[in-house]
Design a protein around this ligand. Structure first.
Ligand SMILES: *Cc1c(COP(=O)(O)O)cnc(C)c1O
Length: 385
């Protein structure tokens, strides 16, 4: 648990938010040690979420790659269709522990908004979700889902009217309503303690990979791969493996060929965004750059501070994959394995197939399949075939 990761992280926020961040940190630290809280977290993960998620041997995709075995960590099978559930449940329980009756959240593709609306309903908390008006237009089905789950969706019309502006709006709301409201931040970003809390709740992914790979093939994988937007499914995959010899690869959105896409670690430089210091895509004056990606969930100009440190330290490798290659991998998984992946993890699948091809058949590559593809069908159908 760290306020900083090397030089990265911190809590660069207005003073009015400091007491709320302190209260959140205190609540989380006491909850971690409270067997009652941990029992409830495990119970709902299992009975509402569907944990543990399986580790699946992708036999046909392995044959396509022609090298190491490829295994998929099936977070797409979790309730509401993505790993976002793990964090929404954990923070929802923290909000209840703090006695806060209202949740707010930001959402881009809508997956985190849906997970928050779901947990708001399940725990009886009022829920409001900020969403850029551009995203509301391109992610209609998730907007309808949030409303059906009883949440109010608030359109954000400032700036580029996407995820980064929705986070700004949610932070402003939180400053005004901090006594009654918990801001359920959706990725491993933002001011401390959010990156640490989100990583902690998502680490169930990597812990299960450790257990399941040992059971399935007798040892830890040689390589673990995960896609990186804000970085929550990746840090959840990596953290429990950091102390092992497993190679780790994070895959960012490269956008259209020839662009920087949304690859903050590959093409950005250190800067402050949404309350922490990390890699940020910016112009020469330090203004936040416009990002572009086929997957709304990776379309964010920043990245969690722990990833910035893991990159600098060399413990994790990061690379970018372009839109067209992610689409290719979407079709591979659909046709080889009968699984429609979300476009976010399709980036990781593409990179994993390339890695497996270069490795001998005795090695094992585990890829975190962070979500299912239903939300992306219209994008895929527009982009190919
Ligand atoms: C939101 C989302 C992501 C990106 O978020 P991270 O915090 O980087 O994990 C990746 N995959 C899916 C399916 C998502 O919904």
């Amino acid at each position: 648990m760290a306020r900083h990761y090397g030089p990265y992280g911190g809590a660069y926020v207005p003073e009015t938010l400091v007491p709320a961040l302190t209260e959140l940190e205190r609540t989380w630290k006491s909850a971690r040690k409270d067997p009652e809280f941990q029992r409830e977290l495990r119970r709902l993960s299992r009975t509402l979420g569907g944990r543990p998620t399986p580790l699946y041997f992708a036999r046909n995709l392995t044959r396509r790659a022609g090298g190491a075995e490829i295994w998929l960590k099936r977070e797409d099978l979790l309730h509401t269709g993505a790993h976002k559930f793990n964090n929404a449940l954990g923070q929802g329980l923290l909000a209840r522990r703090m006695g806060k009756p209202r949740l707010i959240a930001e959402t881009g593709a809508g997956q985190h908004g849906v997970a928050t609306a779901m947990i708001g309903a399940a725990l009886g908390l009022e829920t409001e979700v900020y969403m850029g008006s551009v995203d509301i237009e391109r992610q209609r089905p998730n907007v309808e889902r949030m409303r059906l789950l009883g949440a109010r969706v608030i359109p954000v019309t400032s700036g580029s009217r996407t995820l980064k502006d929705a986070i700004n709006a949610a932070l402003r709301d939180w400053i005004t309503n901090v006594r009654t409201t918990h801001y359920l931040l959706g990725s491993a970003v933002g001011p401390y303690p959010f990156p640490d809390i989100v990583a902690d709740f998502q680490s169930v992914i990597g812990r299960e990979i450790r257990r399941q790979s040992t059971r399935a093939f007798g040892r830890l994988p040689d390589l673990a791969v995960a896609c990186v937007g804000g970085g929550s499914n990746a840090i959840g995959t990596f953290r429990p493996l950091l102390s092992t010899s497993v190679e780790l690869l994070g895959v960012e959105a490269g956008g259209p060929a020839g662009s920087r896409g949304a690859a903050s670690l590959s093409s950005g430089r250190p800067g402050i965004l949404h309350g922490s210091l990390s890699y940020v895509l910016q112009d020469p004056d330090g203004q936040i750059a416009e990002t572009e990606s086929i997957s709304a969930g990776l379309d964010y100009p920043g990245v969690g501070p722990e990833h910035a440190w893991l990159k600098d330290s060399g413990r994790v490798r990061y690379r970018a994959v372009h839109d067209a290659d992610a689409l290719k991998a979407f079709h591979w998984l659909a046709e080889d394995e009968g699984i429609l992946p979300a476009l976010e993890p399709a980036h990781a699948i593409f990179a994993a197939v390339g890695e497996a091809r270069r490795r001998p058949a005795r090695e094992h590559v585990v890829v975190t399949l962070s979500g299912r593809g239903d939300k992306d069908l219209s994008v895929v159908l527009r982009g190919s075939h």
